[in-house]
Design a protein around this ligand. Sequence first.
Ligand code: CP
Length: 312
Amino acid sequence: MSLSLDRLHGLESLEQETLSGILDLAEHFKRVNERRVKKVPALRNVLIVNFFVENSTRTRSSFEIAEKRLSADTLNFNAKSSSLSKGETLIDTARNLQAMSPDILVMRHPAAGAPALLAKHVDAAIVNAGDGWHEHPTQGLLDMLTMREHKGRIDGLKVAIIGDIAHSRVARSNIFGLTTMGADVHVAGPPTMLPPGLNTLGVTAHPRVEPALEGADVVMMLRIQKERMGNDLFPNDREYFRYFGLTPERLTLADDDAIVMHPGPMNRGVEIAPEVADGDRNVILEQVTNGVAVRMAILYLVAGGGQMTQER
Ligand code: CP
């Protein structure tokens, strides 16, 4: 079977076979990353621009490491010191970058839909590194890889996603990916952070955290996306922690072997108690490690390596 991907804007349209194939390939690259010599020549002569117009620690670093491990040529576009600050539009900026013939643009932007918009104006393949509240597909993939490693499967897992669902691109990509893979997804948060129509996405929504946690195999905590809220949607951080924070007591509701995940950045004492964030059930830094392997797999596929992969 060949696995091909000419871009990655989101997980919404990807089929189960494609998602599984990407995770299999990411496992292969994870083994490469465990070797003494971690660099492979797969993307030699491929130029990748990391076009980040919103801050990032994990995603940006891991894309850059993934590119270096694959021997790609890379350019890190710095939005703050660019001519965007002089009034140049996003599209003009991207067209100027396109004039330097990149093969792939890895793009993060605060506006939902920005990667799809740019794709109409540039020839380079766009890989979405997070667009507003819309999607964060490589995060969804690295989360699923982490779940599959720990649980041996995704199909049938009860996954509780707790927090600011309405503004979370991580929640949306996980919902799309996990439901396609057959997981039983429960979301919980204050009613002001649960968008309408969640049931049409195939998830069960709860205005309280406890029913979502009961018997969960995976507990994924989300940060409150204050930068994407018009008004405060809850009284204060202390109130939020009291009703929705993951404490050691609340975690006892989940399965005894449940894993605790968080995409980062974490706000300790708001959505997660420090002792849970550092506890023996957390796999938060494993998620970060898996991010490099997943991004290697995506870049490899988008650069056209899928046929070779399946023959390996
Ligand atoms: N998970 C995530 O997207 O983190 P960064 O914003 O630091 O990239």
